[in-house]
Design a protein around this ligand. Structure first.
Ligand code: NAD
Length: 425
């Protein structure tokens, strides 16, 4: 049963939302703009808390708490995933919604930022229970979502099936099939080719650009990946296809290592069949969190936020960190890694492949014509390579790291549109 929580602390003194706000402030302080306008674009526009009753399979009633936060509509409808996890809090969803605003702006797609979540443990729920919970959540947030208002998508522990239930629930209430209400749907009901792999593809592309920038040959480069879900497994697979050696991988249950390189496609099949990476033949078991501290060229954190902090950042032994997850490094961790000269591809650039192909899906749903996968991948690559170049240019111009540069670029783009539209008051 859900407990009501409104803040989640990443260290003794900082919640995830404070973490996101501190990143904003650090970048904003370098821009010569009105502090009042900055305050306006920094805060979420709207947050909704909903109470979700469902009858469990044993007949008992359970009540869960759900959230939808809309951080910005300035550049277009709010956009962002829905997370099902026991530790989901309003504070976390607020942070994730803000990161969506900056992410969409960095890649230049016409969306604002939004995020949703339900504090629940989907691993202990049946398919029927999950469907009931998803439908009730969708009905409760129905008034504030819509193809022109706010478009949800998958995130941790949600998938194309959950999106199909959301689309159907919305459509039943709207009395018309409305495919563009969510992205990350199955292909048969308006999904886009390439969406399932999009976030991992973006991680691969931006890590490739980072390697190019640093003069690191991807062929034979070693990679460690934390989290082996949608983002982690696809990142590992596509980096391996680029010639990288994936030497360590973890999931919530444990971690494995093989200095000679893991057979990633076989590991994906194994994890699918066994529900975990542990026990994969030929690999050595290591403590779960040690995956972050394996010596490698590229580290891809692709699980949850705040896993690298001020206390453990000195143990990281990677040349590049490609942030597949949202917010995997706290500001204190960031300071240590920057001091040590580790090149970080920030989340709002690195994992923006997902929202970019979500944008393609929304476009295809609205025009009713669907692209081939090569078309999707080609357009994705064009956008991400350009965004990487824009952020790198900003970092050179202002002599700042890639994270600050990405935030500066995003804030500038949101402010530009805010000023153009004018502030209604
Ligand atoms: P997922 O549910 O598909 O996978 C999450 C993975 O992380 C699972 O393998 C799980 O076992 C693992 N995990 C959880 N806790 C862990 C821990 N403590 N140590 C090691 N592994 C752990 O979720 P996903 O969609 O791959 O999302 C992962 C991250 O990427 C999240 O931060 C999410 O917000 C971000 N993200 C996802 C998308 C997307 O399109 N799915 C887009 C952008 C960003």
């Amino acid at each position: 049963m859900a407990t009501s929580k409104t803040s989640k602390t990443t260290s003794i003194s900082m919640s995830v939302f404070e973490h996101a706000m501190r990143q904003f402030d650090e970048a904003a302080s370098r821009l010569n703009v009105d502090p009042g306008l900055l305050e306006f674009i920094k805060q979420p526009r709207r947050a909704m808390i909903v109470t979700l009753p469902i009858q469990r399979d044993d007949g008992e009633w359970a009540v869960y708490e759900g959230y939808r936060v809309q951080h910005s509509f300035t550049r277009g409808p709010a956009k962002g995933g829905v997370r099902f996890h026991p530790q989901v809090t309003l504070d976390e969803v607020m942070a994730l919604s803000a990161w969506m605003t900056w992410k969409s702006a960095v890649v230049g797609i016409p969306f604002g930022g939004g995020k949703g979540g339900i504090a629940c443990d989907p691993t202990s729920m049946s398919r029927r229970e999950l469907e009931c919970l998803t439908r009730r959540y969708t009905a409760e947030i129905m008034d504030i979502i819509g193809p022109e208002k706010d478009v949800p998508a998958p995130d941790v522990n949600t998938n194309p099936q959950v999106m199909a239930w959301m689309m159907d629930t919305y459509s039943m209430h709207a009395r018309q099939t409305t495919t563009a209400i969510v992205t990350g749907k199955p292909l048969e009901i308006g999904g886009s080719r390439g969406r399932v792999e999009a976030t991992g593809r973006g991680v691969m592309l931006t890590a490739r650009e980072a390697a190019k920038h640093l003069g690191l040959d991807l062929n034979g480069a070693t990679v460690a990946v934390q989290g082996f879900g949608n983002v982690g497994s696809v990142s590992a697979k596509l980096l391996a296809e680029q010639g990288c050696k994936v030497i360590a991988v973890s999931d919530v249950f444990g971690a494995i290592k093989n200095p000679a390189g893991l057979d990633v496609p076989a590991l994906i099949d194994y994890a699918h069949d066994n529900g975990r990476v542990s026990g994969f033949p030929g690999a050595e078991e290591i403590p779960r969190d040690d995956v972050l501290f394996v010596e490698c060229d590229i580290l891809v954190p692709a699980a949850l936020e705040s896993v690298i902090d001020g206390d453990n950042a000195h143990r990281v032994r990677a040349k590049i960190i490609a942030e597949g997850a949202n917010g995997p490094i706290t500001p204190d961790g960031d300071a240590v890694l920057n001091e040590r000269g580790i090149f970080i591809v920030p989340d709002i650039l690195c994992n923006a492949g997902g929202v970019t192909v979500s944008y393609f899906e929304w476009v295809q749903d609205r025009i009713g014509y669907f692209w081939e996968e090569e078309e999707v991948n080609r357009r994705l690559e064009t956008i991400l390579v350009r965004a990487f170049g824009d952020v790198l240019e900003m970092s050179r111009l202002h002599d700042v790291n890639m994270r600050i540069a990405a935030f500066m670029l995003a804030i500038q783009r949101v402010l530009e549109v805010t000023t153009m539209r004018g502030v209604y008051s």
